[in-house]
Design a protein. Structure first.
Length: 200
């Protein structure tokens, strides 16, 4: 048993050590490239940017723009909060909008062929569409993930054990506990009589 534990510890140490060495090698290579570029009088950032394709660069810029847009964490109104939540859900679920548009087009075409004229609505007929198993699994996974997050967020409050709340913040709670340690033996009787309403 001990040899198994020592072997596992060695493997963990070796993995950690190899990751650390890889980080150091990458840093050393980056510093060497930077020094070589400065000797030649070239701009390091410009040389590094030559490694990216235009598509990769455009994708990176879109990602950075999305981060800047979503960096606004202030509460503006309910519509803004709902929109932010909707965008986050879209990122997690990743719906196939092309397939949805294609289904919508097919439904519109079938309505045109039935009625002989274009329909006013551009939605699918209710109850006509059966989602794929993959789409159902994505939605179920997201819902269970939301439930787990909500469960983890709920925590037992510390004051539920103590009973009466005699403080306004954590610092005041600690201060009140210190005072109670020294003076409760003198003030308990007075406090009890106040609560009963028999104090003079």
């Amino acid at each position: 048993m001990e040899s198994l534990q020592s072997e596992a510890t060695k493997q963990k140490f070796n993995a950690r050590e190899s990751a650390r060495l890889a980080r150091q090698m990458k840093l050393a290579e980056t510093l060497r490239e930077k020094a070589d570029a400065e000797e030649r009088g070239e701009d390091v950032d410009r040389l590094k940017n030559w490694e990216w394709t235009i598509e990769e660069n455009d994708e990176w810029e879109k990602k950075q723009a999305r981060k800047r847009r979503r960096a606004d964490f202030e509460f503006h109104d309910d519509a803004h909060a709902a929109r932010r939540r909707y965008k986050k859900d879209l990122d997690v679920l990743k719906p196939d909008l092309r397939a949805y548009d294609q289904l919508k087009e097919e439904a519109t075409n079938s309505l045109i062929s039935l009625a002989g004229e274009p329909s006013a609505s551009n939605t699918l007929i209710y109850g006509d569409h059966k989602p794929s198993e993959e789409a159902i699994d994505r939605v179920v996974g997201k819902v269970t993930n939301d439930i787990e997050k909500k469960y983890k967020f709920h925590r037992k409050r510390t004051n539920e054990i103590e009973g009466d709340i005699t403080y306004i913040n954590e610092q005041n709670r600690v201060f009140n506990k210190k005072i109670a340690r020294y003076y409760d033996k003198y003030t308990t009787e007075i406090r009890d009589s106040f609560e009963r309403g028999t104090a003079l």
